[in-house]
Design a protein around this ligand. Structure first.
Ligand code: UDP
Length: 329
Protein backbone atom coordinates (compact mmCIF):
# COMPACT_ATOMS: atom_id res chain seq x y z
CA UNK A 1 0.00 0.00 0.00
CA UNK A 2 0.94 3.66 -0.28
CA UNK A 3 1.05 4.86 3.32
CA UNK A 4 1.02 8.44 4.59
CA UNK A 5 2.60 8.75 8.04
CA UNK A 6 1.30 11.91 9.72
CA UNK A 7 3.74 12.91 12.44
CA UNK A 8 6.38 10.62 10.92
CA UNK A 9 9.24 12.89 12.04
CA UNK A 10 8.38 12.42 15.73
CA UNK A 11 9.60 9.78 18.17
CA UNK A 12 7.27 6.81 17.59
CA UNK A 13 6.48 7.98 14.05
CA UNK A 14 10.11 7.95 12.91
CA UNK A 15 10.67 4.44 14.28
CA UNK A 16 7.54 3.28 12.46
CA UNK A 17 8.72 4.90 9.23
CA UNK A 18 12.01 2.98 9.59
CA UNK A 19 10.06 -0.26 10.12
CA UNK A 20 7.84 0.46 7.09
CA UNK A 21 10.89 1.06 4.91
CA UNK A 22 11.74 -2.63 5.39
CA UNK A 23 8.33 -3.69 4.01
CA UNK A 24 6.74 -3.57 0.56
CA UNK A 25 4.67 -0.51 1.56
CA UNK A 26 5.60 2.87 0.06
CA UNK A 27 5.92 5.60 2.69
CA UNK A 28 5.34 9.36 2.55
CA UNK A 29 5.83 11.42 5.73
CA UNK A 30 3.60 14.41 6.53
CA UNK A 31 4.77 16.54 9.46
CA UNK A 32 4.53 20.21 10.46
CA UNK A 33 8.00 19.91 12.06
CA UNK A 34 6.89 21.78 15.19
CA UNK A 35 7.99 18.87 17.38
CA UNK A 36 9.32 16.52 14.72
CA UNK A 37 12.90 16.41 13.41
CA UNK A 38 13.90 16.34 9.72
CA UNK A 39 16.95 14.27 10.75
CA UNK A 40 14.70 11.53 12.15
CA UNK A 41 13.48 10.64 8.65
CA UNK A 42 15.84 8.87 6.25
CA UNK A 43 16.72 10.69 3.03
CA UNK A 44 15.13 7.85 1.07
CA UNK A 45 11.68 8.90 2.34
CA UNK A 46 9.68 11.84 0.97
CA UNK A 47 8.92 14.31 3.78
CA UNK A 48 6.14 16.82 3.14
CA UNK A 49 5.94 19.77 5.51
CA UNK A 50 2.32 20.56 6.26
CA UNK A 51 -0.30 20.85 8.95
CA UNK A 52 -3.25 18.53 9.54
CA UNK A 53 -5.52 21.54 9.93
CA UNK A 54 -4.92 22.42 6.26
CA UNK A 55 -7.49 19.92 4.90
CA UNK A 56 -7.20 21.12 1.28
CA UNK A 57 -3.45 20.58 1.16
CA UNK A 58 -3.85 17.26 2.95
CA UNK A 59 -6.40 16.10 0.37
CA UNK A 60 -4.07 17.20 -2.41
CA UNK A 61 -1.26 15.09 -0.87
CA UNK A 62 -3.53 12.05 -0.42
CA UNK A 63 -4.66 12.23 -4.05
CA UNK A 64 -1.26 13.07 -5.56
CA UNK A 65 0.54 10.17 -3.88
CA UNK A 66 -2.40 7.76 -4.32
CA UNK A 67 -2.44 7.05 -0.59
CA UNK A 68 -4.24 3.88 0.53
CA UNK A 69 -3.80 4.19 4.29
CA UNK A 70 -2.78 6.77 6.89
CA UNK A 71 -0.84 6.15 10.11
CA UNK A 72 -1.59 9.11 12.36
CA UNK A 73 0.90 10.09 15.08
CA UNK A 74 0.62 13.87 14.79
CA UNK A 75 -0.51 15.14 18.18
CA UNK A 76 0.42 17.02 21.33
CA UNK A 77 1.21 14.41 23.96
CA UNK A 78 2.28 15.83 27.33
CA UNK A 79 -0.11 15.27 30.23
CA UNK A 80 1.00 18.25 32.34
CA UNK A 81 1.01 20.65 29.40
CA UNK A 82 -2.45 19.45 28.35
CA UNK A 83 -3.86 20.60 31.71
CA UNK A 84 -2.36 24.09 31.27
CA UNK A 85 -3.11 24.50 27.54
CA UNK A 86 -6.31 22.55 26.81
CA UNK A 87 -7.20 24.69 23.79
CA UNK A 88 -3.99 23.65 22.05
CA UNK A 89 -4.68 19.98 22.80
CA UNK A 90 -8.27 20.07 21.54
CA UNK A 91 -7.13 21.94 18.43
CA UNK A 92 -4.14 19.74 17.55
CA UNK A 93 -5.55 16.38 18.60
CA UNK A 94 -9.30 16.58 18.06
CA UNK A 95 -9.61 19.23 15.31
CA UNK A 96 -6.43 17.94 13.64
CA UNK A 97 -7.89 14.44 13.37
CA UNK A 98 -11.29 15.84 12.33
CA UNK A 99 -9.54 17.64 9.48
CA UNK A 100 -7.57 14.53 8.53
CA UNK A 101 -10.73 12.39 8.46
CA UNK A 102 -12.47 14.95 6.24
CA UNK A 103 -9.54 14.99 3.80
CA UNK A 104 -9.44 11.17 3.80
CA UNK A 105 -13.18 10.98 3.19
CA UNK A 106 -13.10 13.34 0.22
CA UNK A 107 -9.97 11.66 -1.21
CA UNK A 108 -11.50 8.19 -0.79
CA UNK A 109 -8.86 6.95 1.68
CA UNK A 110 -10.53 4.51 4.06
CA UNK A 111 -7.82 2.97 6.27
CA UNK A 112 -6.32 4.57 9.38
CA UNK A 113 -3.99 3.51 12.20
CA UNK A 114 -4.40 5.88 15.15
CA UNK A 115 -2.04 6.59 18.08
CA UNK A 116 -4.07 6.34 21.25
CA UNK A 117 -2.89 6.02 24.82
CA UNK A 118 -3.22 4.23 28.14
CA UNK A 119 -4.25 7.65 29.48
CA UNK A 120 -7.79 6.89 28.25
CA UNK A 121 -8.19 4.55 31.24
CA UNK A 122 -7.53 7.15 33.93
CA UNK A 123 -6.99 5.49 37.30
CA UNK A 124 -7.95 1.84 36.66
CA UNK A 125 -9.43 -0.21 39.50
CA UNK A 126 -7.23 -3.22 38.73
CA UNK A 127 -4.62 -4.53 36.29
CA UNK A 128 -3.58 -5.84 33.84
CA UNK A 129 -5.78 -3.39 31.97
CA UNK A 130 -7.94 -4.86 29.23
CA UNK A 131 -9.47 -2.90 26.35
CA UNK A 132 -12.95 -3.42 27.83
CA UNK A 133 -12.06 -1.55 31.05
CA UNK A 134 -13.92 1.74 31.69
CA UNK A 135 -12.44 4.78 29.94
CA UNK A 136 -12.43 7.66 32.39
CA UNK A 137 -9.34 9.76 31.61
CA UNK A 138 -8.04 12.01 34.36
CA UNK A 139 -6.32 14.54 32.11
CA UNK A 140 -6.97 16.62 29.00
CA UNK A 141 -4.53 14.64 26.87
CA UNK A 142 -6.40 11.39 27.58
CA UNK A 143 -9.75 13.09 26.98
CA UNK A 144 -8.67 14.37 23.54
CA UNK A 145 -7.51 10.88 22.51
CA UNK A 146 -10.73 9.31 23.78
CA UNK A 147 -12.77 11.94 21.89
CA UNK A 148 -10.97 10.91 18.70
CA UNK A 149 -11.63 7.23 19.38
CA UNK A 150 -15.35 8.09 19.59
CA UNK A 151 -15.13 10.02 16.33
CA UNK A 152 -13.42 7.06 14.61
CA UNK A 153 -16.10 4.62 15.79
CA UNK A 154 -18.86 6.95 14.53
CA UNK A 155 -17.20 7.51 11.13
CA UNK A 156 -16.51 3.78 10.76
CA UNK A 157 -20.21 3.05 11.39
CA UNK A 158 -21.48 5.68 8.96
CA UNK A 159 -18.82 5.85 6.22
CA UNK A 160 -16.20 3.71 4.53
CA UNK A 161 -13.58 3.87 7.26
CA UNK A 162 -11.68 1.04 8.90
CA UNK A 163 -9.28 1.87 11.67
CA UNK A 164 -7.00 0.34 14.26
CA UNK A 165 -6.53 2.39 17.41
CA UNK A 166 -3.40 1.50 19.38
CA UNK A 167 -3.37 2.45 23.06
CA UNK A 168 0.31 2.80 23.92
CA UNK A 169 1.59 2.34 27.44
CA UNK A 170 5.06 3.86 28.16
CA UNK A 171 7.01 4.07 24.91
CA UNK A 172 10.78 4.03 25.48
CA UNK A 173 14.07 2.91 23.94
CA UNK A 174 15.64 3.65 20.58
CA UNK A 175 16.41 1.90 17.31
CA UNK A 176 19.54 -0.23 17.05
CA UNK A 177 22.59 1.74 15.97
CA UNK A 178 21.62 4.80 18.01
CA UNK A 179 20.74 6.89 14.94
CA UNK A 180 17.15 7.73 15.82
CA UNK A 181 15.71 8.11 19.31
CA UNK A 182 13.73 10.22 21.73
CA UNK A 183 14.26 13.99 21.55
CA UNK A 184 11.51 16.07 23.15
CA UNK A 185 11.75 19.72 24.17
CA UNK A 186 11.05 20.01 26.99
CA UNK A 187 11.80 16.44 28.04
CA UNK A 188 9.44 15.17 30.73
CA UNK A 189 9.72 11.38 30.43
CA UNK A 190 11.45 9.29 33.04
CA UNK A 191 13.90 7.20 31.01
CA UNK A 192 15.40 10.02 28.89
CA UNK A 193 15.68 12.25 31.99
CA UNK A 194 17.43 9.48 33.91
CA UNK A 195 19.90 8.94 31.05
CA UNK A 196 20.56 12.67 30.66
CA UNK A 197 21.42 12.68 34.36
CA UNK A 198 23.77 9.72 33.85
CA UNK A 199 25.43 11.72 31.06
CA UNK A 200 26.01 14.58 33.52
CA UNK A 201 23.63 16.99 31.74
CA UNK A 202 21.38 17.20 34.78
CA UNK A 203 22.27 17.35 38.46
CA UNK A 204 19.82 14.74 39.73
CA UNK A 205 16.78 12.67 38.83
CA UNK A 206 13.64 13.91 40.50
CA UNK A 207 11.53 11.02 41.76
CA UNK A 208 7.88 12.09 41.84
CA UNK A 209 6.05 10.44 44.74
CA UNK A 210 7.24 7.83 47.23
CA UNK A 211 3.91 7.27 49.02
CA UNK A 212 1.95 5.39 46.36
CA UNK A 213 0.23 2.14 47.40
CA UNK A 214 2.90 0.02 45.68
CA UNK A 215 5.62 -2.21 47.13
CA UNK A 216 8.36 0.46 47.13
CA UNK A 217 5.99 3.47 47.21
CA UNK A 218 6.74 4.64 43.64
CA UNK A 219 4.56 4.49 40.52
CA UNK A 220 4.52 1.36 38.39
CA UNK A 221 4.48 1.63 34.61
CA UNK A 222 4.58 -0.73 31.64
CA UNK A 223 7.53 0.22 29.42
CA UNK A 224 7.38 -0.97 25.82
CA UNK A 225 10.19 -0.66 23.27
CA UNK A 226 9.49 1.83 20.49
CA UNK A 227 10.56 -0.75 17.86
CA UNK A 228 7.95 -3.17 19.21
CA UNK A 229 5.37 -0.37 18.90
CA UNK A 230 6.57 0.26 15.33
CA UNK A 231 6.14 -3.44 14.49
CA UNK A 232 2.56 -3.30 15.76
CA UNK A 233 1.76 -0.50 13.30
CA UNK A 234 3.00 -2.63 10.41
CA UNK A 235 0.77 -5.50 11.61
CA UNK A 236 -2.18 -3.10 11.94
CA UNK A 237 -1.67 -1.93 8.34
CA UNK A 238 -1.54 -5.53 7.12
CA UNK A 239 -4.77 -6.20 9.03
CA UNK A 240 -6.45 -3.21 7.34
CA UNK A 241 -5.08 -4.22 3.93
CA UNK A 242 -6.99 -7.48 4.35
CA UNK A 243 -10.16 -5.55 5.34
CA UNK A 244 -9.88 -7.12 8.79
CA UNK A 245 -12.25 -4.59 10.40
CA UNK A 246 -11.87 -1.83 12.99
CA UNK A 247 -10.13 -2.67 16.25
CA UNK A 248 -8.87 -1.08 19.47
CA UNK A 249 -5.76 -2.66 21.02
CA UNK A 250 -3.52 -2.06 24.04
CA UNK A 251 0.21 -2.09 23.42
CA UNK A 252 2.34 -2.81 26.44
CA UNK A 253 4.91 -5.34 27.59
CA UNK A 254 2.49 -6.59 30.29
CA UNK A 255 5.24 -6.12 32.90
CA UNK A 256 5.25 -3.36 35.48
CA UNK A 257 8.34 -1.62 36.86
CA UNK A 258 8.45 0.96 39.62
CA UNK A 259 10.27 4.27 39.21
CA UNK A 260 12.90 3.01 41.68
CA UNK A 261 13.40 -0.15 39.59
CA UNK A 262 13.88 1.94 36.45
CA UNK A 263 16.47 4.09 38.26
CA UNK A 264 18.33 1.02 39.60
CA UNK A 265 18.35 -0.65 36.17
CA UNK A 266 19.63 2.56 34.56
CA UNK A 267 22.45 2.79 37.13
CA UNK A 268 23.45 -0.79 36.31
CA UNK A 269 23.26 -0.34 32.51
CA UNK A 270 25.15 2.97 32.47
CA UNK A 271 27.56 2.21 35.32
CA UNK A 272 26.87 5.71 36.71
CA UNK A 273 25.70 6.22 40.28
CA UNK A 274 23.75 9.45 39.68
CA UNK A 275 21.90 11.43 42.34
CA UNK A 276 18.17 10.99 42.98
CA UNK A 277 16.00 13.58 44.76
CA UNK A 278 12.67 12.48 46.20
CA UNK A 279 9.84 14.90 45.41
CA UNK A 280 6.08 15.07 46.03
CA UNK A 281 3.70 13.33 43.64
CA UNK A 282 3.23 14.78 40.15
CA UNK A 283 -0.42 15.74 39.59
CA UNK A 284 -2.47 13.31 37.55
CA UNK A 285 -0.15 10.26 37.82
CA UNK A 286 -2.05 7.00 38.43
CA UNK A 287 -0.26 4.56 40.80
CA UNK A 288 -0.15 1.56 38.48
CA UNK A 289 -0.60 1.21 34.69
CA UNK A 290 0.12 -2.25 33.31
CA UNK A 291 -1.39 -3.55 30.07
CA UNK A 292 -2.90 -6.74 28.95
CA UNK A 293 -1.80 -7.00 25.32
CA UNK A 294 -3.46 -10.39 24.89
CA UNK A 295 -5.87 -9.10 22.24
CA UNK A 296 -3.24 -7.82 19.78
CA UNK A 297 -1.05 -10.87 20.39
CA UNK A 298 -3.98 -13.14 19.66
CA UNK A 299 -5.53 -11.24 16.75
CA UNK A 300 -2.53 -9.76 14.94
CA UNK A 301 0.24 -12.08 16.17
CA UNK A 302 2.18 -9.22 17.79
CA UNK A 303 5.19 -10.42 19.77
CA UNK A 304 7.33 -7.84 21.54
CA UNK A 305 11.02 -8.65 20.97
CA UNK A 306 12.86 -5.85 22.77
CA UNK A 307 10.59 -4.83 25.63
CA UNK A 308 12.55 -6.10 28.61
CA UNK A 309 13.66 -3.15 30.70
CA UNK A 310 17.45 -3.70 30.30
CA UNK A 311 17.18 -3.82 26.50
CA UNK A 312 14.98 -0.72 26.46
CA UNK A 313 17.37 1.27 28.65
CA UNK A 314 20.53 0.00 26.90
CA UNK A 315 19.15 1.01 23.49
CA UNK A 316 18.12 4.44 24.77
CA UNK A 317 21.56 4.84 26.40
CA UNK A 318 23.27 4.14 23.04
CA UNK A 319 21.16 6.89 21.43
CA UNK A 320 21.81 9.45 24.20
CA UNK A 321 25.55 8.74 24.22
CA UNK A 322 25.78 9.15 20.46
CA UNK A 323 23.46 12.21 20.41
CA UNK A 324 23.91 14.00 23.75
CA UNK A 325 22.02 17.01 22.36
CA UNK A 326 19.43 15.00 20.48
CA UNK A 327 19.17 15.83 16.78
CA UNK A 328 20.73 19.28 17.27
CA UNK A 329 24.48 18.80 16.86
N1 UDP B 1 8.71 10.34 36.82
C1 UDP B 1 9.58 10.71 37.83
N2 UDP B 1 10.50 11.68 37.55
C2 UDP B 1 10.60 12.31 36.34
C3 UDP B 1 9.70 11.92 35.32
C4 UDP B 1 8.76 10.94 35.59
O1 UDP B 1 9.54 10.18 38.93
O2 UDP B 1 11.44 13.18 36.17
C5 UDP B 1 7.72 9.28 37.07
C6 UDP B 1 6.29 9.70 36.82
O3 UDP B 1 5.75 10.26 38.00
C7 UDP B 1 5.63 8.39 36.43
C8 UDP B 1 6.77 7.61 35.75
O4 UDP B 1 7.97 8.24 36.17
O5 UDP B 1 5.25 7.67 37.58
C9 UDP B 1 6.69 7.63 34.24
O6 UDP B 1 6.52 8.97 33.83
P1 UDP B 1 6.67 9.42 32.32
O7 UDP B 1 6.51 10.91 32.29
O8 UDP B 1 7.91 8.86 31.75
O9 UDP B 1 5.47 8.70 31.57
P2 UDP B 1 3.86 8.76 31.84
O10 UDP B 1 3.58 7.53 32.69
O11 UDP B 1 3.52 10.05 32.50
O12 UDP B 1 3.28 8.63 30.47
Amino acid sequence: MNVLVAGGAGYIGSHTVAALEKTAHKVVVFDNLVKGHVEAVSEQVLLIEGDLLDADFLKHVLVTYEIDAVVHFAASSLVGESMERPEEYYRNNVLGTFSLLGAMKSAGVDKLVFSSTAAVYGEPASWPIEETFPTTPTNVYGRTKLAVEGMLADYARAYDLQYVSLRYFNAAGAAEGGNIGEDHAPETHLIPLVLKTALGQRKAVQLFGTDYPTEDGTCIRDYVHVDDLAAAHVLALDHLAKDGGSRVFNLGSEKGFSVREVIETAKRVTGVDFAVEERPRRAGDPAVLVASSAAIRRELGWQPQKSDLETIIASAWAWHQKHPNGYAE
